[in-house]
Design a protein around this ligand. Sequence first.
Ligand SMILES: C[S@@+](CC[C@H](N)C(=O)[O-])C[C@H]1O[C@@H](n2cnc3c(N)ncnc32)[C@H](O)[C@@H]1O
Length: 265
Amino acid sequence: MKRVHVPELMDLRWFPSALRAPMTNLIVVLARKMGAVPVLAGLVERALAQSGAKRVVDLGSGSGGSMPEVVERLPGVELVMTDKFPDRGAVERFNDPSRPSVRYARESVDATDLASAPAGVKTMVNCFHHMRPAQARAILASAHRDRQPILIYELTDNAVPFPLWLLFLPLSLLLVFITALFFTFAVRPLTLRQLALTFVVPIVPLCYAWDGQASMPRIYSFGDLDELLAGLSSDDYVWEKGHATNAAGKKKGIYLLGLPTATKA
Ligand SMILES: C[S@@+](CC[C@H](N)C(=O)[O-])C[C@H]1O[C@@H](n2cnc3c(N)ncnc32)[C@H](O)[C@@H]1O
């Protein structure tokens, strides 16, 4: 496998939620700036149409991720956000009675236990790279076994050779750190905590830069996905993978879509 499991801070159980939430807030800004929302909306719309589902169950939602903006473009679609480490602020913010079609599960939901998640199109946005190969394979096998629709999406591919990634790491860490300072002003809601942990004690941009860079070699390449999918094919379920593209044909991340071919009621 090309993938290298470089450690990420966010995977540490003891990693404070006071840092986790501001870091995932920056990912939301990054995804928006990269134009991921319309691209994701197109993929989710296809998965909903083909599976007959009316609900999206997002796994590893962080502080909400892109999905709330995605379902705004898809009227009548329900969204359930989940995470292994649910962000308490996001849980309060998204469980708003005035928008009953969107909610964030209070309890921890582990993406590796796919079968126990609520029914609907499962989405994993910038989350699949957190799974080790055995877990990743188990998720795909579970989706295939239960003929459940699943969309896996990552903002970038893993095209850079690992030695080159290592060589440029100091420079890329610096660039991402600086970018994080600017992105902070686009975080909504922007809290005093986010500002303080960015501009007084810049621990959020530091951790964000590390995890952002560490996640790149962890992303499953197309070849890696083929390895994971070996033996998981059948006439009534199809896998599709590739570069996601926007309306102008520009590459906007990569995706793996697993879809049952027979529509369920
Ligand atoms: C890089 S963040 C992405 C957050 C969000 N999807 C987005 O795009 O902004 C990855 C998220 O996956 C969550 N995560 C990691 N391992 C997980 C697991 N086994 N089950 C569910 N969530 C997990 C982390 O807590 C984190 O919130």
